[in-house]
Design a protein around this ligand. Structure first.
Ligand code: PMP
Ligand code: GLU
Length: 389
């Protein structure tokens, strides 16, 4: 098979290249906090180097770290995972790949609510699985219901993958919506669920619910999380799962053959991060909340742009269908991807086309940038969209 390049990373690369040529690009492309990693986490890493934590680690992570993850799951999510049920990996991306490649066999079908995070579909294909995409639009806040899933279940259905808070839409499934989903899957004991909760702490309304907290499906759910977003640690590369022991064992075995344990220094820093009161990242979350409100107000002023109010993560996913089929710089712009290239080349604004997330009428805007950049970027977006004829 031919693997596609991650479009989020591709757009980030294009904007870096243009910046290097001296262009004044504002990038709303990649999803990563622009905050610094907290000082106490950096201090733990420095200490780890001085204390010579520089050797191979157990594949699934240091025992102390797996204990810290286990305690975190209990403290924040009410989930009981023993350290043996936890596998630490080189980012949540690897955690998800481990689980998919361990559980999905060629020909298996995987339910993929769309809009979905860019890499899920390629990982499913890499495993030889068949993605079954079920779409929900902005009018339903981009969330799917059990009724929508039901007609897609076949004897070959093996798994469902979703994120909440969601990348790319920022939508959050409520406790009751997740409960309905859990009750639905209770009737399908052969289907596994990957619940990607990497944006758990970046939410602005209510409290996070983990779908594994519903006993009906606990023993078939892989709960994915990591430090990239919650502690602004994208470059450190640490993600983890809590899962039934036999699935954790399979992921451990798989990871042991391809990468081994993640960086020893990062693991020591992760213990400090996970043992801290989640309130230590409160200021960052407040900052994202404020930026969301700012950007929402500005986006609402763009005529014909449909935008909803995301409850979490740091993305807007506005519907741009009113602007497709128009001309810009002498070119017909038919797709979100073409629109993003137009905005990049003519208005120095980097965004990501919805196609990468299984959606043909939206673009993704990451607001993990300063308020000044938010204001300027929406000005550019407005000018770009209004220039189309
Ligand atoms: N899942 C989602 C929904 C994400 O947005 C990201 C961000 N890259 C990841 C997983 C992977 O994160 P990590 O940096 O931990 O690999
Ligand atoms: N999660 C980020 C994003 O969606 C990182 C990019 C990636 O890993 O593909 O932009």
């Amino acid at each position: 098979m031919v693997l596609s390049e991650s479009e989020t990373l591709a757009m980030a690369r294009r904007s870096r290249e243009l910046k290097a040529l001296g262009k004044d690009i504002i990038s709303l492309s990649i999803g990563e906090p622009d905050y610094d990693t907290p000082q106490f986490v950096k201090d733990a890493a420095k200490l780890a180097i001085d204390e010579n934590f520089t050797h191979y680690t157990p594949v699934a992570g240091f025992a102390e770290l797996r204990q810290a993850v286990s305690t975190k799951f209990k403290r924040d999510n009410g989930l009981n995972y023993t350290p043996e049920q936890i596998v630490v990996s080189t980012g949540a991306k690897q955690s998800i790949a481990n689980a998919i490649l361990s559980l999905v066999d060629p020909g298996d079908e995987v339910l993929l609510p769309a809009p979905y995070w860019v890499s899920y579909i390629e990982m499913i294909r890499l495993a030889g699985g068949i993605p079954v995409v079920i779409y929900s639009g902005i009018e339903h806040d981009f969330k799917i219901t059990p009724e929508q899933l039901a007609p897609h279940i076949t004897p070959k259905t093996r798994m469902m993958i979703f994120s909440s808070p969601c990348n790319p839409t920022g939508s959050v499934y409520s406790h009751d919506e997740l409960k309905a989903m859990a009750q639905f899957f209770q009737h399908y004991p052969d289907i596994y669920i990957i619940s990607d909760e990497i944006y758990e702490h970046i939410r602005f309304e209510g409290k996070h619910t983990s779908i594994a907290s519903f006993p009906e499906i606990y023993d078939r759910t892989i709960t994915v999380n990591g430090l990239s977003k919650s502690f602004a640690m994208t470059g450190w590369r640490l993600g983890y799962i809590g899962a039934p022991k036999w699935i954790a064992d399979a992921c451990d075995k798989f990871q042991g053959q391809i990468t081994s344990g993640t960086c020893s220094v990062t693991q020591r820093a992760a213990i400090a991060a996970l043992e801290a009161d989640p309130e230590v990242i409160g200021e960052m979350v407040k900052g994202f909340h404020h930026r969301r409100d700012l950007m929402y107000g500005l986006l609402k002023e763009i005529k014909d742009l449909q935008v909803n109010l995301p409850e979490g993560a740091f993305y807007f996913f506005p519907n741009v269908s009113a602007f497709l089929g128009k001309m810009g710089a002498g070119q017909l712009i038919q797709t979100p991807q073409e629109l993003t290239m137009y905005l990049l080349n003519e208005f120095q604004l980097a965004t990501v086309g919805g196609e990468a997330f299984g959606c043909n009428d939206s673009i993704r805007l990451s607001y993990a940038v300063s308020e000044v950049q938010i204001i300027e970027s929406v000005k550019r977006l407005k000018a770009g969209l209004e220039s189309l004829v």
